[in-house]
Design a protein around this ligand. Structure first.
Ligand SMILES: [Zn+2]
Length: 302
């Protein structure tokens, strides 16, 4: 069939089929309006049959009702690619867009979520509770301070050499840009759903970057803390719509994780602070006295 030959109307709505690269389901052309309604996992989309598509459209129409009652209580901005998640606290809804124009999920659809810093868990949530892991990012950023100081010194030296002959900046001496990799690249957000059309939604929020010309650990940590505020907002919002009333548990990095975090990369921790933290967990009834005693002995090395 040629590009400009006449195509039969859309089997769903009878509308006109686009002349330019029209979409197909099971070999049949579908109009752009009908096709644009598809918002589901990619593998489900690839295997969509005509019957499945008709069923999906019924679901789509039903979902319109949730879209129309959606009242935005919170908006989380992921920065790059303009990814946003909006939440409706009253109706316990969320939607992966800046307006409720994509599939609206009910909080009960969310089974669990995990937020990682380059595959190292930072938050995990389910109906069993929210786990917050201690991040090693600030510590790892701090550890780069000597390298940064050295870079700044070599830059100053290059400037000084540059000015040596005539006292002017000639920019003849090449100044290298700072290119030490950051402690992590991105926060990876994964939402696991119990839903006919969605199994998992993944999106990334870029971590902070060092300035190539004026790298500075304090600037980095300040930017990191700003990102963490946004991530904490996201965790709170997910908890509000999906797991209200669950407890939040702080877990020291490397002590326990469903993801099997390697203990070998655990940072040195202040044992006294850790013991206080475990004592609080015991008092809240989250761990038993025996578990607390065992942890205490382990931390004190006795
Ligand atoms: Zn159509």
């Amino acid at each position: 069939m040629g590009l400009f030959s006449k195509k039969p109307p859309c089997p769903i709505c009878g509308g006109k089929i686009s002349w330019f690269l029209p979409s197909k389901i099971e070999g049949q052309y579908i109009c752009d309006t009908c096709y644009s309604k598809i918002d589901m996992d990619n593998d489900k989309k690839c295997n969509l049959t005509m019957q499945g598509f008709k069923e999906y459209l019924a679901f789509y129409d039903e979902n319109q009702h949730l879209k129309s009652k959606f009242a935005v209580s919170e908006k989380i901005d992921f920065g790059i690619w303009d990814t946003k998640i909006i939440f409706d606290y009253q109706n316990k809804l969320f939607c992966m867009s800046k307006n409720p124009d994509k599939t609206v999920f009910e909080g009960k659809h969310l089974k669990s979520f995990i937020i990682k810093e380059d595959n190292i868990p930072l938050f995990e949530g389910s109906s069993e509770g929210i786990r917050c892991y201690t991040s090693t990012v600030p510590e790892r950023a701090m550890a780069l301070a000597p390298q940064i100081a050295q870079y700044m010194m070599s830059k100053q030296l290059a400037r000084a050499i540059d000015k040596m002959d005539d006292g002017k900046e000639n920019r003849t001496a090449p100044i290298q840009l700072f290119d030490i990799p950051e402690p992590f690249k991105a926060f990876n957000v994964e939402l696991y759903l119990d839903h006919p059309y969605w199994t998992v939604i993944k999106c990334d929020m870029d971590g902070p970057r060092f300035s190539h010309e004026h790298p500075n650990v304090n600037d980095y940590i300040r930017d990191y803390q700003d990102s963490i505020k946004e991530i904490e907002k996201l965790v709170k919002a997910l908890k509000t719509v999906a797991f209200p009333g669950t407890v939040e548990i702080s877990v020291a990095f490397g002590t326990t994780s469903a993801q099997g975090v390697q203990k070998s990369v655990a940072p040195s921790v202040d044992p006294i602070e850790e013991i206080k933290r475990y004592k609080a967990l015991m008092e809240e009834g989250i761990i038993s006295q025996q578990e607390f005693e065992a942890k205490k002995k382990q931390l004190l090395g006795i």
